[in-house]
Design a binder for this molecule. Structure first.
Ligand SMILES: Cc1ncc(COP(=O)(O)O)c(C=O)c1O
Length: 426
């Protein structure tokens, strides 16, 4: 359902991106909107908005159900989106792409179904201390159900995994990580990129270590998909979860990639229409993949919108977008650090364009409110990472998260408005 042409692959022209996001013309408190809350949800380019409305205006029908023309067209559009996503993350098969309502649902699916398949009393599930609540609580619930234990990789002062030894050029990651897993570990569930710290985690290396010990690996990719080229076969993970709305796509749609062999063995998560082969009152049998895990009418418009968002990103250069965001991060980091008493939470070497900070004597809610008065949208609070806040001894932070359409002038506006707010609040 591609509605626009003319992809740009050459030099980075931020204005070219800005022109495609209608919301950027909005005023907030009479000021031009500066949107720095992309890690919570990104803004949507016109193409994505149009793809969703075109579906409703021209081919709205239920999928995989009718023989009529509209149903066929809707089914084709949905399955084309599945193929676009498969290709984007380099999954082997389109039926390894399961549509869910978002990362949260994807991880709940994985935790519930994998838990039932794998976990027994005394087993261990390993997560890290920087996980979003969505990658903590589903595993806690699974552990409770099956008598397993949740183990947590600690976090260093710079906001990286603390695996017992600082990995350096002469310290192969494999060796540094030997104590993370025991013979009881069954599942490793880790985020690719931290939503609060911006840290890009060396997931590939840890997955390689886990695989050697037969551990099943689940990656929370919610914050990676908007910034990094993800290749699930290269990463070697068994599962990869993400949301559409953080990657220029619609809300209410997400993906769980799962390796075919495991998905085949796993029990269904939800029951209902579309996920069955035969139903009778004694016993039902399940549809083939991916439908076994897609009970009920899917978010068809969302799926088509997500396919369009991924196509849109692929028409540009994701590396160039991420590099642009890093120039904004570098400026924000340098300038914000000139503020007396400001501390950045998350100073890893490898980061995406996310900056979290606290300022002595200034509450993040007050700062967020004053920034909003200047038209600047940032996220304040614990960012659904309460254990991580405890680790750093703070109740919350102010977080600015950048996207392809943000500008240096906007970063300067953030810095100036923060300085002004600090003067008022101290
Ligand atoms: C790292 C991470 N994981 C999971 C989630 C949950 O995503 P959703 O609310 O789209 O289900 C988020 C959302 O902020 C996130 O940043």
């Amino acid at each position: 359902m591609s509605t626009t042409s003319s992809p740009v692959k050459s030099a980075y022209h931020v204005e070219e991106f800005r022109a495609q996001f209608p919301i950027l013309k909005e005023l907030v408190h009479g000021k031009p909107l500066v949107y720095f809350d992309n890690a919570a949800t990104s803004q949507k380019p016109r193409r994505v908005i149009k793809a969703e409305s075109t579906y409703y205006a021209t081919i709205n029908a239920n999928v995989h159900r009718g023989v009529h023309t509209l149903s066929t067209k809707a089914t084709e559009a949905q399955e084309a989106a599945r193929e676009t996503i498969r290709k984007h993350i380099n999954a082997k098969h389109a039926h390894e792409i399961i549509f869910t309502s978002g990362t949260t649902a994807s991880i709940n699916l994985a935790a519930t179904s994998l838990g039932q398949l794998l976990l027994e009393k005394g087993d261990e599930v390993v997560i890290s201390g920087m996980e979003h609540h969505s990658n903590i609580v589903p595993w806690q619930l699974a552990c409770e159900r099956h008598g397993a234990t949740l183990k947590v990789i600690p976090i260093t002062e710079s906001g990286e995994w603390d695996l017992g030894e600082t990995p350096g050029p002469s310290t192969p990651l494999r060796e540094a990580r030997s104590e993370v897993f025991t013979e009881k570990t069954r599942i490793l569930a880790i985020s690719h990129v931290s939503n609060t710290l911006g840290t890009i985690n060396p997931v590939k290396e840890l997955i390689a270590q886990a695989k050697k010990q037969g551990i099943i690996t689940v990656v929370d990719g919610a914050q990676a998909i908007p910034h990094l080229k993800v290749d699930v076969q290269d990463l070697g993970c068994d599962f990869y979860a993400f949301s559409g709305h953080k990657a220029y796509g619609p809300t209410g749609i997400g993906v769980l990639y799962g390796r075919e062999e495991l998905l085949e063995k796993m029990p269904p998560w939800q029951g209902g229409g579309e996920m069955i082969d035969q139903v009778n009152f004694e016993k039902s049998t399940w549809a083939k993949l991916p439908f076994k895990f897609e009970a009920g009418t899917p978010n068809i418009a969302g799926i088509i919108g997500l396919g369009e968002a991924i196509s849109w990103m692929n028409d540009y250069d994701l590396d160039a977008m991420a590099a642009h965001e890093l120039t904004l991060l570098a400026r924000a980091t340098k300038e914000l650090l000139t503020i007396d008493g400001l501390r950045i939470i998350g100073t890893a070497k490898e980061k995406v364009g996310v900056i979290s900070f606290v300022i002595e004597g200034v509450h993040h809610y007050d700062l967020g409110t004053l920034l909003d008065q200047q038209g600047i949208a940032v996220r304040t609070g614990h960012h659904c990472t309460q254990p991580l806040m405890d680790r750093f001894g703070v109740s919350g932070t102010t977080r600015a998260s950048f996207a392809c359409f943000n500008t240096m002038a906007e970063v300067d506006a953030l810095v100036a408005a923060t300085k002004k707010a600090v003067k008022m609040l101290r």
